[in-house]
Design a protein around this ligand. Structure first.
Ligand SMILES: C[S@@+](CC[C@H](N)C(=O)[O-])C[C@H]1O[C@@H](n2cnc3c(N)ncnc32)[C@H](O)[C@@H]1O
Length: 521
């Protein structure tokens, strides 16, 4: 992969996002999936340096190829490169606006192959236009629009192959695109692989996927082959962890997310659950000051970004005893309140951060367009903080009623206080982590994903047991700050017991479905 030679553009406004797929093995694998036949018309709507055109030519088939790119530089280079080949037509066009007149709409193709721009910058006028064209899609992200637009250019029974960020398979914002694909097309295969197969490039996406899809309504038994590969060798040689899922089973799932490791007892429980975290607790994101360097202070022993954050002056702290919840801010010298930020500490996080809650600062949070004075009904309420980003395990810690929480934390506020201890234990449990990573396999724990966690409520005496144990543990932690691993394990095991039977039943269903599938074949 090479970057196109062009003057550096700041990432935010880069309209091209030109990362090229120059690895021959990868290109050959994509062409193998595309399986072009002699006489086929092929489209490459984000042609770049022409790596896929080279792949199509290397297939040895007699093909008619149309290559499109937005970039003038790319088009000039392509015209020079393929000057001798009459079967290749090269056009400078904006593929996304093609049905706006730039492109002959009646022209469709048997094969389409695309490595689209990811996150390409669209000006606001164009976004509005695209929103009309694709009302169910997320128009800020170019790759989804490229997929949708490409599929409108595909002949009946034609095939398209795309390289996309893996997040497309489960991201909340892409649910409209997934629904479209699952309802209207036949998905053949999805291969997932680390983006590090493109050396020297950081996409900001941990993984990518290759999607092979046909322009044909899915048959009732349509199965999608999902493969997880560790590296390029596994990908191109057909190895890796393989799963098959029914296409219509994905359509039944919440937000149409693909089960990346096939169906399991956890996915079954998630899909079948009648009660979710969002039903028993409000899950909301916290405040953003707009300028944390100015408005946050750190405790003296908090060494995180010492240059950015000033140390708190203890004279300016508001203590719980003097505390009156207040959304207008304090007019006093003492105006800094404790703030819970992200970071993985279970049950009780030591206080490391403080937020300026002076009247002037609060006024700024309300007025500054960069700040987020959001979900204020949950400020100064006792709740459970779950870090927005985490890896390795689930950790949840208390948000005290004299604290605030910022946008690096999802605040979980049980609708019934009797659930506090149980939910705190659940949100620290191994089961919660497994379920959450099935809902969103990345490290992102935003409120949208937490709300979907399946909740199995135990009997009321059991809820009392959780509440007592968690409350006593929190009191101990407040006085000594010494974690007690035994108590944490007891709570974790108690959560496993609550979920054990349901997960076992789900496992039976998964095994039954798999054996029926084998019999049918
Ligand atoms: C990720 S590169 C892919 C290039 C090539 N297909 C490959 O894999 O090596 C994306 C290409 O899309 C082009 N592009 C970006 N926005 C476009 C648009 N709206 N219409 C057509 N091409 C566009 C960029 O100029 C760039 O060459």
């Amino acid at each position: 992969m090479n970057r196109e030679l062009k003057p550096p553009i700041i990432r935010h406004n880069d309209p091209y996002r030109a990362f090229y797929t120059s690895d021959n093995y990868l290109v050959a694998y994509l062409i193998h999936l595309l399986a072009p036949e002699n006489g086929d018309s092929c489209l490459e709507p984000a042609a770049g340096s022409g790596c896929f055109i080279d792949g199509l030519l290397a297939s040895g088939k007699k093909l008619k190829i149309r290559a499109i790119d937005l970039s003038e530089n790319a088009i000039i280079a392509l015209k020079v490169k393929y000057a001798q080949n009459k079967a290749i037509e090269i056009l400078q066009q904006d593929f996304l606006l093609s049905s706006g007149g730039l492109f002959d709409d009646s022209f469709t193709f048997e094969r389409i192959i695309v490595n689209p721009p990811y996150g390409g910058w669209q000006d606001y006028e164009k976004r509005n236009f695209l929103k009309v064209l694709f009302p169910d899609l997320y128009v800020k992200e170019t790759y989804g629009l490229f997929v949708a637009q490409s599929l409108t250019k595909l002949k009946p029974n034609g095939r398209a192959v795309f390289i996309l960020p893996e997040t497309f398979l489960y991201l909340h914002l892409q649910k409209g695109l997934r629904k479209r694909l699952l309802e209207q097309y036949s998905i053949n295969s999805i291969d997932i692989f680390p983006s590090t197969v493109f050396p020297g490039l950081s996409f900001g996406y941990a993984k990518l996927c290759i999607l092979s899809i046909d322009n044909r309504l899915p048959i009732p038994d349509q199965t999608v082959k999902i493969r997880q590969c560790e590296n390029l060798a596994e990908l191109t040689m057909g190895r890796g962890k393989k799963h098959e899922v029914k296409q219509n089973s994905v359509l039944q799932r919440q937000e149409f997310t693909f089960p990346l490791n096939g169906h399991s007892s956890e996915t079954q429980l998630i899909d079948a659950s009648i009660l979710r975290l969002g039903d028993v607790a409000d899950c909301v994101t916290g405040i953003y000051t707009g300028d944390d360097g100015q408005f946050l202070r750190r405790l003296h022993n908090n060494s995180y970004k010492i240059k950015k954050y000033r140390e708190i002056d203890p004279q300016k702290l508001v203590f719980k005893a003097d505390f009156q919840p207040n959304l207008e801010g304090f007019r006093d010298e003492k105006c800094f309140l404790p703030l819970l930020k992200g970071g993985g500490v279970p049950y009780l996080k030591p206080l490391l951060w403080f937020i300026d809650w002076s009247a002037a600062a609060v006024q700024n949070y309300r007025a500054n367009s960069k700040a987020r004075f959001q979900n204020k009904a949950y400020y100064f309420r006792r709740g459970i903080g779950f870090p927005m980003v985490s890896s390795g395990r689930a950790t949840a810690s208390v948000i005290q009623d004299s604290w605030l929480f910022d946008q690096s934390v999802v605040g979980v506020f049980p609708k019934d206080s009797a659930l506090f201890g149980f939910l705190m234990a659940f949100l620290n449990s191994r089961i919660c982590w497994k379920l959450l990573r099935q809902i969103n396999p990345s490290t992102n724990n935003s409120a949208k994903y937490l709300r979907r966690l399946p909740i199995l409520l135990p009997a009321s005496d059991c809820l009392v047991w959780f509440n007592d144990l968690v409350s006593n543990y929190l009191i101990k932690l407040e006085s000594s700050a010494q974690r007690n691993v035994e108590i944490e394990i007891r709570l974790d095991e108690a959560i496993s017991c609550v979920y054990f039977d349901a997960l076992k039943d789900c496992q039976v269903e998964v095994v039954q479905a798999a054996s029926e599938n084998i019999k049918r074949k």
